[in-house]
Design a protein around this ligand. Structure first.
Ligand SMILES: Cc1cc2nc3c(=O)[nH]c(=O)nc-3n(C[C@H](O)[C@H](O)[C@H](O)COP(=O)(O)OP(=O)(O)OC[C@H]3O[C@@H](n4cnc5c(N)ncnc54)[C@H](O)[C@@H]3O)c2cc1C
Length: 395
């Protein structure tokens, strides 16, 4: 059985639209994810990330694929990376979100890291020897990330002292370093924000895990920076350019979530279909009832539409286009679609779909998360509105 509760199948029909290289990549990813899927029930129940699976994920192209060959990556296309994320979303949301954050950290190190920083953080991350997290959000600065208040005071000698609290940081309890966004000058707003590399061994850095509804094998943490002193060499990129650095990875983050949500929709389709043909009521399989067929048809249509939307955004990025509008559209559409289809999958299962350990229950919880990080649905709508109308609704 696979993570979606169905028997392992031959290549799915939608892979026929892919070229051979892409289909082969998706096949290898699915093969590895099917191999690790038996770890899922206990990991989700116990809320523990099985970090031993990371080298295998990196081997099939996760994270490494997004990084250029010159920095030790595989230099895969946006479409290829998104296909990997669809497979991760179909199998296991906690793995999808873990791969997404590691990819973000690797992309920022590759884009802005000094050769020493790449040697110390990026190379071991790509080898599965180190794990990083990314800390932008704060209790008082969520969608309005530029209003962050974590302070980076420059000390005599060029080091910095970081003081503040970061919130909802994925996998900070598993990582051994993170990228922290802090302001060197609150008066400068966005232009005062700088990215710092912070190691857990730095005195004054404390991680507090916060149990969450979704993606339970991944952790969601507050990171408390209580006067953490870091050397000047831990600035990632330029002083005052931290937010633009973070924004340079915004397209791939949104695309990753979109593809992962399509994976959720695909898993919902497979699980709901398998249940509908195997469960009998009124002397017939559920699949024979037109209203159940409607639920499943709706799930299939949404999964297919989500796939087209994220793949078209990925192809646009691969063509060299800006793609910001299309990635926002994809993030908005696919994350909302995942929520709609996961609700329908629960409906097909009836009470069983609400029980812990049921695949529809997990998909429902994992889908719920997707409309919030990487820019909420509302922020995507405002981004789309600004791109179409030329007017910002925010500032
Ligand atoms: C599972 C998970 C993992 C996360 N991982 C990370 C991580 O690794 N690193 C990190 O830095 N952050 C992370 N986050 C934080 C995430 O980026 C923020 O939750 C997100 O940016 C929204 O901020 P907020 O939760 O404070 O909501 P708020 O900004 O307070 O928004 C609350 C509601 O108001 C709406 N809203 C806000 N402003 C507007 C507006 N101008 N117009 C209309 N509606 C508006 C929002 O859409 C939302 O519905 C994670 C969050 C989750 C749930």
């Amino acid at each position: 059985m696979t993570a979606t509760g169905t028997d392992a199948q031959a290549a799915p029909a939608h892979w026929a639209q892919l070229d051979e290289g892409c289909a082969d990549l998706a096949r290898r990813a699915r093969g590895y994810l099917d191999e690790i899927a038996p770890l899922l029930p206990a990991a989700e129940r116990d809320r523990v990330l099985p970090v031993e699976i990371l080298p295998g994920l990196l081997d099939v192209g996760f994270v490494r694929g997004a990084i250029p060959v010159r920095d030790g990556g595989l230099g895969l296309s946006h479409l290829q990376m998104a296909l990997l994320m669809e497979e991760a979303g179909r199998c296991w949301g906690s793995i999808r979100t873990t791969a997404n954050i590691l990819t973000l950290v690797a992309e920022l190190l590759s884009a802005a890291g000094s050769s020493e920083q790449k040697q110390r953080f990026l190379r071991p991350l790509l080898a599965g020897e180190r794990m990083g997290w990314f800390a932008l959000t704060e209790p008082g600065a969520g969608s309005d990330a530029a209003s962050l208040s974590t302070l980076a005071e420059r000390l005599p000698g060029g080091s910095y002292r970081l003081t503040g609290r970061k919130a909802y940081i994925t996998n900070a309890s598993y990582g051994d370093f993170g990228i922290v966004l802090a302001t060197t000058d609150p008066g400068l707003g966005a232009r005062g924000v700088t990215a710092f590399l912070v190691e857990h061994t730095a005195g004054g850095c404390r991680v507090e895990a916060r149990p969450q509804l979704s993606v339970r094998a991944a952790s969601c943490c507050d990171v408390v920076l209580d006067g953490v002193v870091v050397p000047g060499a831990s600035v990632l990129g330029d002083v005052g350019r931290g937010l633009s650095l973070a924004m340079s990875a915004v397209n791939s983050g949104r695309l990753n979530v979109s593809a992962g949500c399509t994976g959720i929709a695909q898993a919902a389709l497979e699980a709901a279909s398998a249940h509908a043909v195997s469960r009998t009521q009124f002397g017939k399989p559920l699949a024979a009832f037109q209203l159940v067929q409607q639920l499943i048809a709706d799930i299939a249509v949404q999964a297919n539409a989500a796939r087209q939307v994220y793949q078209s955004a990925a192809r646009l990025l691969d063509s060299g286009a800006d793609g910001r509008l299309e990635c926002s559209m994809a993030k908005y559409f696919c994350s909302e679609a995942a929520n709609q289809v996961a609700t329908k999958a629960v409906q097909v299962f009836g009470a069983a779909g609400l029980m812990e350990g049921n695949v529809a229950e997990r998909l429902f919880r994992d889908a719920r998360e997707a409309t919030i990080p990487e820019g909420t649905s509302q922020m995507q709508i405002l981004q789309i509105g600004r791109a179409l109308l030329g007017v910002s609704a925010v500032r």
